[in-house]
Design a protein around this ligand. Structure first.
Ligand SMILES: Cc1cc2nc3c(=O)[nH]c(=O)nc-3n(C[C@H](O)[C@H](O)[C@H](O)COP(=O)(O)OP(=O)(O)OC[C@H]3O[C@@H](n4cnc5c(N)ncnc54)[C@H](O)[C@@H]3O)c2cc1C
Length: 421
């Protein structure tokens, strides 16, 4: 009989999945409990009858420099081929305001001199625009991106603003500047090999979620769905029992808990915690085309400026749009949104005017990420808690990274390792 210590992991989002796998790899027995009928949390895939497509709740893109995200794909057996992207770093852009098209092509060198080469960077951006980016490295914790980067030229509109919105899900006037630093140092500032944009080949679940569940099962871990953690009993600085669904599970002296639920839920379960608050919604629109776009973009992911649409992902006849920091649009009816977003898509992808879409669907994620304002970032807790046998995981814990796949997996790996230590 395996008498290794048992860890209960609560929440089967990417943080919980990474935590469970790490703890299992370290020899712990693992029970993973998830309140929803499926795993994945904010990064989940499902079959949509209206579209007749397997879709994700939202487009997610990762960069080739996201070592922990790619590491999970190697560990869970899916392999990095579960993601697709161009062989070299390239970001096609379409500017809806003036119809301009250009492609940002980071060079391979670590020193970003490529940014000054014509044809590689944001048109019109000059040396001083880029030089100002250095200020980010020493940015104080209380400064927003808009306070640190002050020039409002082409680089602002073509890089800083879309970067803040995509990576931090907030306008640069709101988001902490420092939160963007590790994103840049792990990708653009390491050279082209580290900033290839990648999306799931088929769907996120096929890459990150299902293979991890299978890897856990092979290791003897038990996963239970439809089980909500309602309360945690505590005594003498330890968690002593879990109220899981209708059952009350007493924790033995060597039993451990990893709480990998969203911040608001963690705050309800642990009264000593003041977690960060939720930020803005992210809105995704999915279109199924009658036929493939005749002029597909150079990469499966295309940036859009001057429009409501920010990023377009193209996989054959499936076209999906992302709009982050979407408070202004989140409440609008589909009847108003869809024609506008379809018009932007058609222009960006140069689709023939007469080409209709076969089906469309909008998904709004209201609690997409934590609010990345400086005051709120200061509330991110460490993985260790006041309870000696309970650790936190989740993209909102203090990883130094924004609320991303990479951040969630880093937090899960860390909590899993701490529980096993
Ligand atoms: C629309 C959208 C687009 C995004 N785009 C990107 C992107 O392009 N790139 C990127 O890197 N990141 C992106 N993200 C962010 C990324 O999805 C998240 O950072 C990541 O999925 C968070 O994982 P998590 O495990 O920390 O949290 P969650 O996914 O929220 O997992 C928490 C889990 O806990 C469960 N749970 C909650 N309460 C309980 C309870 N009481 N008992 C049991 N289980 C419970 C939940 O059901 C959930 O499954 C996006 C997010 C959204 C919503």
């Amino acid at each position: 009989m395996n008498d290794a210590p048992l860890v209960h992991v609560i929440g089967a989002g990417l943080a919980g999945l990474a935590a469970a796998l790490t703890a299992s790899e370290a020899g712990l027995r693992v029970q993973l409990h998830e309140q929803a009928p499926r795993a994945g949390g904010r990064c989940r895939s499902f079959w949509d009858d209206k579209l007749s497509l397997l879709i994700d709740n939202g487009n997610h893109f990762v960069m080739s420099g996201n070592a922990h995200a790619l590491g999970l794909l190697r560990r869970n057996g899916a392999g990095v081929q579960a993601l697709i992207g161009p062989d070299e770093a390239l970001f096609p852009f379409y500017d809806h305001a003036n119809g301009a098209r250009y492609t940002v092509r980071p060079g391979r060198a670590r020193t970003p001199l490529w940014a000054l080469q014509r044809g590689r960077s944001v048109p019109g951006a000059g040396f001083w625009d880029f030089a100002e980016g250095g200020a980010l490295l020493g940015a104080p914790a209380e400064a927003t991106l808009a306070q640190v980067i002050r020039r409002r030229g082409p680089l602002w509109r073509g890089f800083w603003e879309p970067m803040a919105i995509a990576a931090l899900n907030a306008a640069p006037e709101v988001a902490q500047a420092r939160l963007l630093t590790p994103v840049l140092t792990r990708t653009f500032l390491r050279g082209g090999a580290y900033c290839r944009p990648l999306i799931a080949r088929e769907a996120l679940g096929e890459a990150f979620v299902e293979p991890t569940l299978r890897a856990l099962e092979k290791r003897g871990a038990v996963t239970r769905f439809g089980v909500r953690l309602k309360a945690i009993e505590m005594h003498n600085g330890r968690a002593t029992a879990l109220h899981l669904g209708d059952a009350q599970i007493a924790l033995g002296p060597s039993d451990r808990v990893i709480l990998a639920v969203p911040p608001a839920r963690a705050g309800e379960l642990l009264p000593f915690l003041t977690p960060p608050e939720d930020g803005e919604p992210i809105l995704n629109a999915h279109f199924r085309l009658e036929e493939e776009a005749p002029h597909p973009p150079l990469a499966p992911l295309m940036g859009v400026l001057g429009a409501a649409t920010q990023w377009i992902a193209v996989r054959g006849t499936h076209v999906s749009l992302t709009i982050s920091a979407a408070s202004a649009l989140a409440e609008l009816d589909e009847d108003i949104l869809l024609p506008r977003l379809w018009e932007e898509t058609r222009a960006a992808l140069q689709l023939p005017v007469q080409l209709p879409y076969a089906a469309a669907r909008i998904i709004r994620e209201k609690r997409a990420t934590f609010d990345p304002s400086p005051a709120n970032v200061a509330r991110r807790p460490a993985a260790k808690t006041a309870l000696a046998n309970l650790w936190l995981a989740g993209d909102w814990t203090d990883t130094g990274l924004p609320a991303t796949i990479e951040g969630a997996i880093v937090s899960g790996n860390r909590a899993g390792a701490l529980a096993a230590a």
